[in-house]
Design a protein around this ligand. Structure first.
Ligand SMILES: CC(C)(COP(=O)(O)OP(=O)(O)OC[C@H]1O[C@@H](n2cnc3c(N)ncnc32)[C@H](O)[C@@H]1OP(=O)(O)O)[C@@H](O)C(=O)NCCC(=O)NCCS
Length: 203
């Protein structure tokens, strides 16, 4: 794959490149094809469509409601991606994913740090996300960053009919700190109403 047309910024924290030598930069339309390759592999039961990514990116203009980031390896390949929606001061993690061959090296953490920082810069009082109840690995990542379980959306992921755990981060800050000692607690039973007009988020 050829390098992306625009340059990247080091990930995370500035200075040297981050995990796998990857850099973070804004997602652009030319990233949609490689993102879709990963999307279909990483979310086999509830992948977003190409059209959904076009719609999301259409809202990433200055003043728009979305913020999308890709992690790019030194050879220009998309290694991961993440998206944020901010409406009326409330942030939602739209998606987050890392190439399965590059997981476990901190890229997920770098992408999440980027989203939390952007939510803080946009003045969000809270940042919410949905995650499949059968995805403990992603839940652990969120928990390390201070997200707490607040409810369950029954049957949120279709057609698999899998429940979503709703998690919330209070007062996102640009000074992101993770807590590696947190134990995962998913014993939340409060039902949260599903919004049938929204595409299920995976993040
Ligand atoms: C969830 C997901 C984004 C995490 O991405 P990741 O790049 O693997 O995340 P990180 O590397 O930052 O952290 C994940 C694990 O790697 C470990 N890790 C992080 N940096 C590490 C390093 N330098 N060396 C060894 N392990 C490391 C973390 O401790 C963590 O371990 P744990 O899962 O056992 O608690 C990734 O697993 C994924 O894309 N999953 C499929 C899509 C998905 O489910 N997305 C979430 C939807 S809600």
């Amino acid at each position: 794959m050829s390098p992306a047309p625009n340059g990247g910024t080091p990930a995370p924290g500035g200075g040297a490149p981050g995990p796998n030598g990857a850099t973070l930069r804004p997602m652009r339309w030319w990233d949609i094809a490689p993102v879709m390759e990963l999307e279909l592999r990483l979310f086999p039961e509830d992948a977003w469509s190409t059209g959904m990514y076009w719609s999301e990116l259409a809202e990433t203009h200055p003043g728009g409601t979305r913020h999308y980031t890709v992690a790019v390896t030194p050879d220009g390949a998309v290694a991961g991606y993440a998206g944020l929606m901010v409406v009326a001061g409330e942030g939602d993690v739209q998606t987050i994913a890392v190439d399965d061959r590059l997981q476990g090296a901190g890229l997920g953490a770098a992408l999440l740090t980027d989203l939390i920082g952007e939510a803080a810069r946009r003045g969000c009082a809270e940042l919410l996300l949905e995650v499949r109840v059968d995805n403990p690995r992603a839940q652990r990542l969120y928990e390390r960053f201070g997200f707490e379980p607040v409810g369950i959306r029954r049957g949120y992921y279709q057609p698999a009919n899998v429940d979503a755990l709703v998690m919330r981060l209070d007062s996102p800050t640009t000074d992101v700190k993770t807590d590696l000692k947190n134990d995962l607690t998913t014993d939340v039973t409060t039902d949260v109403k599903n919004d049938v007009n929204k595409d299920p988020r995976h993040g």
